[in-house]
Design a protein around this ligand. Structure first.
Ligand SMILES: [Zn+2]
Length: 418
């Protein structure tokens, strides 16, 4: 299951289609934005638990500065719901070229790879193109996690069918989770004493305030969760204890193999191995809910695809307007899709194969990304179609001289280049 599904996030790059978009009227044109676009009507609370921390504060401040600039210049765009306090900016340590937005809570994550010189997103405008697409997902309220907004769907799309499928999935998943929780409880009841002994040994061998402090805290949490699991019939403690057990085992293995070889005796290591084997034995065998869950999930995924493809095109087009209102150079926006195409797909030069007409194919056919339109289609849409369709609105924005870099980010850019 692709990770973006699990997290209910909407990605910029990694996700296209052999499965035709069910909309027929507007396919391949740039009508979406103004026909259906409405932002979430009221939004008055900042995101919960916004932890903006990262391993590289300069990178985060840089992304934040450009984000704030886009927001500040779009106070009345799309019902005026773009407000810096609703958006949380994080920079993920992973060196991938990607970004995502949780349209429900405003959590935007930009992967560090976006700032990697090899992708040549060298100017603020390059980065702003990506951020604008993500901010558009937020301002349009693109929620792929269940709450389908009826004012934000392609024509001819049957929302009630999607909701029916979603109900099936939720039911199957909850049954499956219950099943797994029961298994976990069995495991902990069977092996309670051995696990307690192991935990006691680790505790006894660990000096406080050593680099293994993280493991110590993990052990304490695990012990609590395990005890609660054995005494409770609830699913959640069992699942938490199982997750804790996995973390615990990984920790033990690392410390035993690495810097702390004397942490555990050979006998204890043997016992640990025995426990892992028991756990795997318990996990094997038929999971009666697993197949049903995945089948329902796959059906839903196929069904909701046209709506999500529609959301992505809408995010490209709404993002373009946010980008232009922020004063950035109009040509940079389509060019970013060409650049991503070069690096992600390995093909080059949308400009050479794409002229104003005819339109290139809209949907991608590779398995990795069926949600986003083809990169050269995205280039073409923003370079020609969208501008032509909304000529009156765009003309004054496009005609003014475009910005490449903001004065406000100069110091940060110098620091990043070091
Ligand atoms: Zn997107």
């Amino acid at each position: 299951m692709p990770i973006f599904r699990k997290n209910h996030l909407i990605f910029l790059v990694l996700i296209a289609s052999i499965y035709g978009c069910k909309t027929t009227q507007n396919q391949g044109t740039a009508q979406f934005k103004h026909s259906f676009g409405q932002t979430i009507a009221s939004r008055s609370t900042p995101p919960e638990k916004c932890e903006e921390g990262t391993d590289n504060e300069t990178q985060r401040l840089y992304i934040r500065a450009i984000t704030d600039h886009i927001i500040k210049n779009n106070p009345n765009s799309f019902r005026g719901n773009l407000d810096a306090k609703f958006i949380c900016v994080r920079v993920a340590k992973m060196n991938a070229f990607n970004a995502n937005m949780n349209p429900v809570n405003g959590m935007m994550t930009v992967f560090k790879g976006v700032l990697d010189p090899k992708f040549q997103f060298n100017t603020d405008a390059d980065v702003a193109a990506i951020l604008s697409h993500e901010l558009a997902h937020f301002t349009m309220g693109h929620d792929i996690n269940g709450a389908v907004r009826t004012d934000n769907i392609p024509p001819g799309y049957d929302v009630s069918r999607e909701q029916e499928l979603r109900k099936l999935v939720d039911e199957a998943r909850s049954n499956r989770e219950h099943f797994l929780a029961k298994k976990s409880r069995d495991f902990f009841s069977l092996h309670a004493q051995e696990l307690r002994n192991l935990v006691a040994e680790v505790n006894a061998n660990m000096a406080p305030n050593t680099p293994v402090l993280g493991l110590r805290n993990g052990v304490i949490e695990f012990q609590k969760a395990m005890n609660q699991t054995i005494s409770s019939q609830e699913d959640l403690p069992a699942q938490e204890a199982m997750a804790g057990f996995d973390t615990y085992i990984i920790g033990i293995r690392n410390y035993a193999a690495g810097n702390f070889p004397d942490l555990m005796s050979p006998e204890t290591l043997a016992k640990t191995t025995q426990l892992i084997v028991s756990r795997e034995a318990l996990d094997s065998g038929l999971d009666p809910y697993d197949q049903a869950t995945h089948q329902a999930w796959d059906t839903l995924k196929e069904y909701s695809l046209p709506r999500e493809q529609f959301n992505e095109q809408q995010a490209d087009e709404v993002g373009f307007e946010l980008f232009l209102r922020a004063g950035f150079d109009a040509d940079v926006y389509p060019n970013t899709f060409e650049k991503i195409y070069q690096y992600v797909v390995g093909k080059t030069n949308c400009a050479a194969i794409t002229s104003e007409s005819p339109a290139p194919g809209r949907l991608r056919t590779d398995k990795e990304d069926r949600i986003h339109p083809d990169f050269c289609f995205r280039y073409w849409d923003l370079k020609y179609a969208e501008r032509r369709t909304h000529q009156k609105e765009y003309e004054p924005l496009i005609r003014r001289p475009g910005i490449l870099n903001l004065p406000a980010t100069e110091a940060l850019r110098v620091k990043l280049a070091q």
